[in-house]
Design a protein around this ligand. Structure first.
Ligand code: ADP
Length: 385
């Protein structure tokens, strides 16, 4: 294997988790990141400070690298296109990053390629929104999504009725989607290298807390039928192969809805390691992070066999705590078998900020759930006076 310099745009927790497989294969990773306290800053000597959305910063960083990739999609696609023109390997390809950065273009891509997704219309401003809804009141309630710059559910809202739309409708260019009657949300991670080899991880299910209607934890494998598994896998491969001119190279998380009638619809994709693949570190024969590196370096992809069922719990900052984090209960957690905490090393905790995650393994699903409940109540990210 030839020694290459790999440049990653972003130095957050996803970048940090790329480091471990990079060490194992002696791959030289560099990070570009503005925040000097970001999770990669303390664990990599190749931490370059700069703005990943700034054309000049990305260009000068990328010119020092052999291969450039991302751990977040909000980056300067213009700079990546220029780097590609200059002969650098950029994976995922810049045109695909540009498409995914805009939910409107992304949705149109699914439609143009006959990939099942909920029906939608594109609107440019609030006036068009009201005009459309006045003529199509039967479509309400409807989901409005900002084309650009929404993340973690911000930039997504359900408009209940016309009055709600008039009061709260987004002004910016957006997408109006039919509201899907969701039975289950699942995610499938697929990888593809330049040779066109693809591998798919087992689908993961988002388990929702019925009482609060919030994500409780993620479960692998998803509790879906064999047919649904096959269909979801087929769809993920179809999406990665249809993206770009000759198919996307890299790792792609495909978020899917299964509706009450059993239809599988693509919601959106992320072309990088994903929250729904953290468990692969302990639970699969190859982790999503190792697979990301293999795919962008055109190495043979690893087998994705799930060695054990697993749950992923996000460790998020508690309400009313902002400041230096303290992981209350972590010591006790370390006493438990089959429990693997990952602390991201963020210098500041804030309410709802992703501070780490915990993977729980266990082939007996009831026991797994029992351990999940135990873990949930026993660790809290707080600040200590
Ligand atoms: P983000 O990119 O911010 O994560 P998503 O597009 O994934 O936004 O939407 C966030 C959540 O909103 C989804 O996980 C789902 O629960 C809900 N949602 C999104 N689109 C729809 C839809 N068309 N119908 C019903 N619920 C939806």
């Amino acid at each position: 294997m030839q020694q290459k310099k790999i440049g990653i745009l972003g130095g957050g927790q996803l970048g940090r988790m790329l480091l471990s497989p990079a060490i194992d294969l002696d791959i030289e990773l560099h990070f570009l990141e503005n925040d000097s306290n970001a999770p990669c800053s303390t664990v990599s000597r190749n931490f370059h400070q700069g703005n990943i959305t700034n054309y000049e910063d990305v260009l000068s960083f990328g010119r020092q690298m052999d291969v450039i990739s991302i751990e977040i999609e909000k980056v300067s696609a213009d700079a990546l296109e220029q780097l590609e023109k200059e002969g650098k390997k950029v994976f995922p390809q810049p045109t695909i990053i540009r498409l995914i950065q805009d939910k409107r273009l992304q949705k149109q891509f699914y439609k143009d390629n006959q990939i099942p997704t909920s029906d939608f219309v594109l609107i440019d401003n609030k006036e068009e929104l009201i005009d459309y809804l006045e003529k199509n009141e039967g479509k309400l309630p409807i989901v409005q999504k900002l084309g650009k710059d929404g993340y973690d559910g911000k930039g997504v809202q359900i408009l209940k009725d016309l009055e709600d739309a008039k009061q709260n409708g987004f002004e910016a260019p957006s997408l109006l989607e039919d509201k899907v009657e969701i039975e289950k949300e699942i995610s499938v991670i697929v990888a593809r290298n330049e040779n066109g080899e693809t591998t798919v991880f087992d689908a993961v299910e988002m388990v929702v807390n019925e009482k609060y209607n919030l994500l409780d934890y993620l479960l692998a494998p998803a509790r879906i039928s064999e047919n649904q598994k096959q269909e979801a896998t087929k769809l993920a491969i179809e999406v990665i192969e249809k993206l770009g001119e000759n198919g996307m190279v890299g790792l792609l998380a495909v978020e899917l809805f299964i509706d009450k009638k059993g239809n599988i619809l693509v919601n959106e994709v992320a072309p990088r390691p994903h929250n729904s693949g953290h468990h692969t570190i302990e639970a699969c024969t190859t982790s999503q992070y190792a697979q990301h590196l293999r795919s962008i370096l055109n190495l043979p992809l690893g087998k994705t066999t799930l060695r054990s069922s697993a749950a992923i719990l996000n460790l998020i900052g508690e309400e009313n705590h902002t400041g230096t984090p303290f992981y209350d209960g972590l010591d006790k957690l370390l006493e438990l078998e089959n429990v693997y905490p990952h602390i991201y090393g963020k210098k500041q905790t804030k309410p709802a900020r992703k501070m780490g995650h915990i993977t729980v393994l266990g082939n007996d699903i009831e026991k797994l759930k029992e351990t999940v409940e135990k873990v949930k109540g026993s660790i809290h990210v707080i600040t200590k006076d």
